[in-house]
Design a protein around this ligand. Structure first.
Ligand SMILES: Cc1ncc(COP(=O)(O)O)c(C=O)c1O
Length: 478
């Protein structure tokens, strides 16, 4: 594309993105297209000759926008809402312009060194000790997989060379986590060849937190049965309810049995920068590895997940492998990103996080996180004061779990059995989602359909929660 053309369309595109953010509330939160609609409306094969870029942009309006689910919409409350900021978009633009493949320091000095600096800033902001060193991966799923691979390497089983199959000297390895753990832990053990049987899920208490005594029982029982305990995954901010496992007690157990402790703080880790939330993070400084996702709740566009390791050398021991064509003279004095995981080339992701941290500053980020948590607690207070809805879990951060309850005058008394109540709550959520006005998601807690409202958009204000509250009460009355 000639420079003049690039400049012309570049300005147009920034205008379009600006208008998109300014008018985001005019879009339905969830796309209203039927499955297959976009495919049916696109040509089945690529154009033979290049097209006018104006036509491509027109098709963005005509075909792509209707098929977008608007994560930037302030009434996106499903899953964990994205907090992404427009300044982060600039980071993405420059990253793709530079297009560095950061496998070696030499191929990407800026990426390699900025990553170290920015992750050290973030470490300090989160009050983690200087012994933690970070690496950026795409997602928490991949970060956690690498953490468990490092745990396996540290166990000294020579799996890197000898593998796991056909070995009768290798007992079943065990990874422990709570019943509330994210499915990425299951996927990590699948991917690493440990197998699903290696994952032992420990019961939780009524607040959905791992019960430390049950963890000890399970480990002792496994050792007696000849299994080899390897690693425990504790979560700060579980996906379903944002509950917090007793990390300090789990760290004691890991110390006693010499197990790797991985902390999944993919969602709630961001809150560690807020002084009054420090108590949720007690003990995480004793972990061997911690995952935090700035792409969830630190204003950074997807994707950027950080894995902090107390001994990053173990990761290198697990993954470093240098083919001839990647040998360099500075190898012993620099950090080469390819040594710390399965990827060779790595994106220059730290740039957008650097932009975000510099633009908002630590205080700006704290203020926004505090506001999200204030709004979640405000919503909780409306639920608690209402006859129609009830809270299902505590609200440590900015996720509210609740449901329409039997005491509501609008719930017919033959809905008092749990199955009917589940159907009613699902119907309420589906009605709101279908309206396009907001997006809510759900979980099941002890068999009870629970509606989840995540507050996390950088654009969310009190009026957006008022709107959801009105929608919920109207849907209940229907
Ligand atoms: C606690 C927790 N861990 C891990 C993940 C997986 O995140 P990612 O999409 O970055 O793999 C999630 C996703 O919501 C999560 O809530």
């Amino acid at each position: 594309m000639p420079s003049e053309e690039f400049r012309k369309y570049g300005y147009q595109l920034v205008d379009r993105i600006t208008d998109y953010f300014d008018c985001i509330e005019e879009f339905p939160v969830l796309s209203k297209i039927e499955p297959g609609w976009l495919k049916d409306n696109l040509p089945a094969s690529a154009p033979e000759k290049g097209e006018d870029f104006n036509d491509v942009l027109a098709d963005v309006d005509r075909l792509i926008l209707p098929a977008v689910t608007h994560w930037n919409h302030p009434n996106f409350h499903g899953l964990f809402a994205t907090s992404t900021s427009s300044v982060g978009v600039f980071g993405e633009m420059l990253t793709s312009a530079f297009d560095m493949k950061a496998m070696l320091w030499r191929t990407s000095p800026a990426s390699t060194e900025l990553e170290d600096v920015v992750l050290d800033w973030l470490r300090q902001m989160m009050n983690l000790p200087g012994s933690f060193e970070g690496t950026i991966y795409d997602t928490a799923s991949v970060s956690t997989m690498h953490a468990i691979a490092a745990a396996r390497e540290r166990a000294g089983l020579d799996i890197r060379v000898r593998g796991m199959s056909g070995r009768n000297d290798l007992p079943l390895l065990r990874v422990y986590c709570s019943e509330q753990v994210h499915s990425s832990i299951d996927k990590a053990v699948l991917t690493l060849g440990l197998g699903q049987n290696s994952l032992r899920k420990i019961a939780v208490n009524e607040r959905f937190e791992l019960i430390a005594e049950k963890l000890v029982e399970a480990i002792v029982e496994d050792i007696e049965s000849g299994y080899l305990p390897l690693c425990v995954v504790a979560t700060i901010g579980t996906t379903s309810t944002s509950s917090v496992d007793p990390v300090d007690a789990v760290a004691d157990i890991c110390e006693k049995f010499s197990l790797w402790l991985h902390v999944d703080a993919a969602y709630a880790g961001a809150a560690a920068i807020v002084p009054e939330f420090q108590h949720y993070f007690g003990g995480w400084e004793r972990a061997d590895s911690i995952v935090v996702n700035p792409h969830k709740w630190l204003f950074t566009p997807f994707d950027l997940s950080v894995l902090y390791c107390r001994d990053l050398a173990i990761m290198k021991q697990a993954f470093s492998l240098i083919p001839e064509y990647l040998k360099t003279s500075e190898e012993s004095t620099v950090k080469n990103g390819m040594d710390y995981g399965i990827q060779l080339g790595r994106r220059f992701r730290s740039l957008k996080l650097w932009f975000v941290i510099r633009y908002f500053g630590r205080q700006g980020m704290i203020t926004r996180l505090r506001e999200h948590c204030r709004l979640a607690r405000l919503f909780e207070s409306w639920v608690n004061a209402s006859d129609n809805f009830e809270m299902m879990t505590p609200v440590p951060f900015a996720l509210v779990c609740f449901r329409a309850c039997v005491s509501s005058p609008h719930v017919s008394k033959d809905s008092v059995d749990e199955t009917k109540l589940n159907v009613l709550n699902e119907r309420i959520m589906n009605d709101i989602n279908a309206s396009g006005a907001a997006y809510l998601s759900h979980t099941k807690l002890n068999g009870k359909f629970t509606i989840r409202l995540s507050v996390g958009s950088i654009r969310v204000e009190e009026r957006h929660l008022v709107k959801v509250w009105e929608l919920l009460n109207a849907a209940l009355r229907k």
